[in-house]
Ligand binder design. Structure first.
Ligand SMILES: [Zn+2]
Length: 483
């Protein structure tokens, strides 16, 4: 029997505001424990929460970006449970009527092969606002203890709940990537999974293919990287299929993913899980989001990734793959377009960004803004190649130096004497030397071993330190090696 998986994701995105959702405390990451707290976020008696308008604005941006419907009136509710890092004994969230319903994001399942274009819409169920809880730090040694840090209490979160539209771990991975891309374009979330800016829980069930009813689902928590989500889902789907195949029954439980052991552990079964006893938050008035405010926010939205990609395809006539890579982040796309103001061959610039620039970013594990090269400087380098002043190979070395020092291509080329040798006589001299020194190879070549041609080119380039114009070298060698 073939089984299919049904997955829904709940993604918590920390909104990039300076202060918390219901008080003025800072949200800065990495401060000393409990340094960013006040009576409100510590849940002292008699204090009142005041909603941070910016958090609503940011969440509205996301709803608009996915095409969701904003409720003109929504409500905050108390989700009651006891935990040491939850000082109030409840979390303020939205339950019965959230900020928004609906919308979707589109994922691309063509794996970089544009010919098999296969897009899938993942529908959004709801988007709502809530506050984060504190952090418990468990120290396990002979006098085990748990420390509590309340800095995270009241940090604003936006929860994005998808419909169970995902049918494989890979789709979940792509969906998360798409959400992250949108959050980054909108500049409303830091999206650093290690710092907990973006967290994800999954509801997973399996059923025999063709079956209409849903299977019993489990909830997988604690996945803190994109790859972790994919691995955890693969693991959980396999586990459920194995149980069903051996005639067992899936239990409705919550599981914790252990990234190190690459397996799940059982947290609690849902049958005994707490009833959160949601009720309307009496300390906050209803949240009213007026039409004209939404319109105002709409006007501040940047061009979104799908739209930008389409525009790049049309305007710059680059391949679909290039457009996807270049628009994968807003900063990269901006760098590309800025470069094109100074350089007029879109495909060549794209090749350089996808090749050399991205390689640098991977090696240095940094963002494009951290490199010391500016778009116009990269354009300047490429113009030197086009004008025949330096070879493409030398340009790569110059590029590396530009990235490290922030200097301009022209300066480096001039200082190091890297100008391409285009003087025919000069190259001829070197070619003759090389042929003289490698007589045996020349004879072999002349008796049919044509592969040796590359060897001669290599020798000439070595002798000229890569500065000889490759076209001329080729031409001269061919002339000299004629019998
Ligand atoms: Zn506070």
């Amino acid at each position: 029997m073939i089984y299919e998986a049904i997955i829904g994701l709940e993604v918590h995105a920390q909104l990039l505001t300076d202060s918390k959702i219901f008080c003025g405390c800072s949200t800065k990451y990495g401060s000393p424990p409990n340094a960013q707290t006040c009576p409100v976020c510590l849940g002292m008696p008699g204090v009142l929460p005041v909603l941070n308008k910016k958090t609503v604005e940011y969440a509205v941006k996301m709803v608009l970006a996915v095409g969701g419907r904003i409720n003109e009136e929504s409500f905050f509710a108390r989700k009651n449970y006891f935990y040491p890092d939850l000082p109030k004994g409840y979390q303020i969230s939205q339950y019965e009527k959230p900020l928004a319903y609906g919308g979707f994001v589109e994922i691309d399942l063509s794996h970089g092969k544009p010919k098999v274009k296969r897009n899938k819409r993942i529908k959004i169920e709801r988007i709502h606002l809530e506050e984060d809880a504190g952090k418990s730090i468990h120290i396990e040694n002979k006098d085990s203890k748990t420390l509590v840090d309340m800095n995270r209490c009241g940090v604003p979160l936006m929860e994005i709940v998808s419909q169970p539209d995902l049918s494989s771990p890979e789709e979940a991975y792509l969906y998360l990537g798409k959400l992250k891309q949108l959050l980054e374009y909108l500049e409303i979330c830091g999206c650093n999974m290690e710092q907990g800016n973006l967290r994800c829980d999954a509801n997973v069930s399996v059923r025999p293919e063709g079956e209409k009813n849903l299977g019993i689902k489990t909830e997988v928590k604690n996945m803190n990287s994109f790859k972790g989500v994919e691995k955890a889902l693969n693991y959980e789907i396999e586990r459920q299929i194995d149980i069903l195949k051996s005639g067992g029954r899936i239990k409705h439980e919550t599981l914790l993913w252990d990234e190190e052991k690459e397996k799940v552990s059982f947290m609690r079964t849902k049958e005994v899980s707490p009833d959160y006893r949601y009720f309307p938050e009496p300390d906050l008035v209803k949240l009213v989001v007026k039409r004209d405010w939404i319109e105002k926010i709409k006007r501040t939205l940047p061009e979104l990734p799908d739209h930008k990609k389409e525009r790049f395809l049309k305007k710059y006539k680059i391949p679909e793959y290039d457009a996807s890579v270049l628009t994968s982040s807003k900063n990269l796309a901006d760098f590309y377009e800025e470069g094109l103001k100074f350089y007029s061959a879109p495909k060549i610039l794209s090749n350089w960004i996808m090749g050399e620039v991205l390689r640098e970013l991977r090696e240095k594990r940094c963002e494009i803004g951290d490199l010391r090269i500016k778009p116009e400087d990269l354009a300047g380098l490429l113009m030197l190649v086009d004008d025949g002043i330096i070879s493409g190979k030398i340009a790569k070395d110059v590029f590396k130096e530009m990235v490290d020092t922030g200097r301009k291509a022209k300066e480096i080329v001039k200082e190091k004497g890297l100008v391409q040798v285009t003087d025919k006589g000069q190259i001829e001299k070197v070619v003759e030397e090389v042929l003289k020194k490698n007589k045996e190879n020349v004879n072999e070549y002349l008796s049919g071993k044509e592969k040796l041609f590359g060897f001669f080119i290599g020798e000439v380039m070595k002798k000229t330190k890569g500065k000889a114009d490759p076209k001329l070298v080729n031409q001269i060698l061919k002339e000299k090696l004629k019998r």
